[in-house]
Design a protein around this ligand. Sequence first.
Ligand SMILES: Nc1ncnc2c1ncn2[C@@H]1O[C@H](COP(=O)(O)OP(=O)(O)OP(=O)(O)O)[C@@H](O)[C@H]1O
Ligand SMILES: [Mg+2]
Length: 272
Amino acid sequence: MSQLTNTGSRRRVEPASSTITASHGEILVSARGLQKSFNDRMILKNVDFDMLAGDITVIIGKSGSGKSTLLRALAGLTDPDAGRIVFDGKVVFEDEERTDDWRDVESHVGMVFQTYTLWPHMDVLANLTLAPRKRLGLSAAEAKERAEVALAEVGMSQHLRSRPSQLSGGERQRVAIARALMMRPKLLLCDEITSALDPPVAAEVLEVLRRLKQEEGIAVALVTHDMAFASKAADRVVFFHEGEIAVNATPDEAFNRSTNPELKKFVDAVRF
Ligand SMILES: Nc1ncnc2c1ncn2[C@@H]1O[C@H](COP(=O)(O)OP(=O)(O)OP(=O)(O)O)[C@@H](O)[C@H]1O
Ligand SMILES: [Mg+2]
């Protein structure tokens, strides 16, 4: 949780990152035995999943295999029926519910979706500052300063006052990433954020993620069909098959040496 300290009449926010202790290469998120059913159909069967701080994990798998459900569970948007999630050493989900510690870490988890979720009637600055002003109690000046930094990180500084309708698809997705960065996440969950974009534009957006990993040490979990990005930028490739993680390996192991027949079929189908 952001540390709120009283300085006179206004509450100030310490940098959110001060409460996260996992450093690069250490386990940031760990899920064990996650299960989730919808309408009596088991979507997550028994998912064990670890992510290291500063890693990019690419999640692939057929439509309906449970990829988004896993991301939503990690983001706190869906509660699993069973299992346990540990974030930075704190149990944040157990016995079918979020624990008090979840409140402490949830602002470190950001999520970006496939379709643009920006408010159309607000400019970029307002889109970015709304949540941090409300949730962290930032002043207008503090929030604007943070927005300028976040936009610079995604190469969109010149669009502070643009409206979403004035931006291209790739630009909107970069603003959506900047908006997630406003809360200074340690984990960024990206669900097919480039699926609606042309390949060169998609590559630019994905390059932003790679820079965030390198420069900010942010861990990224990314559902994508972009195998080129997966093979060159991922630290881990996770292949979902029918609600289970069938392969969890380096890109080289997953794409060149895996003997898993379902993964081979999937990769061939996506490549050609
Ligand atoms: N809120 C919900 N209510 C009912 N069923 C759901 C819900 N969310 C997901 N499902 C079902 O769970 C299954 C897995 O969905 P999920 O979105 O996790 O798949 P996915 O791997 O992300 O697929 P895609 O590649 O198409 O996005 C699907 O069959 C979906 O219809
Ligand atoms: Mg999905």
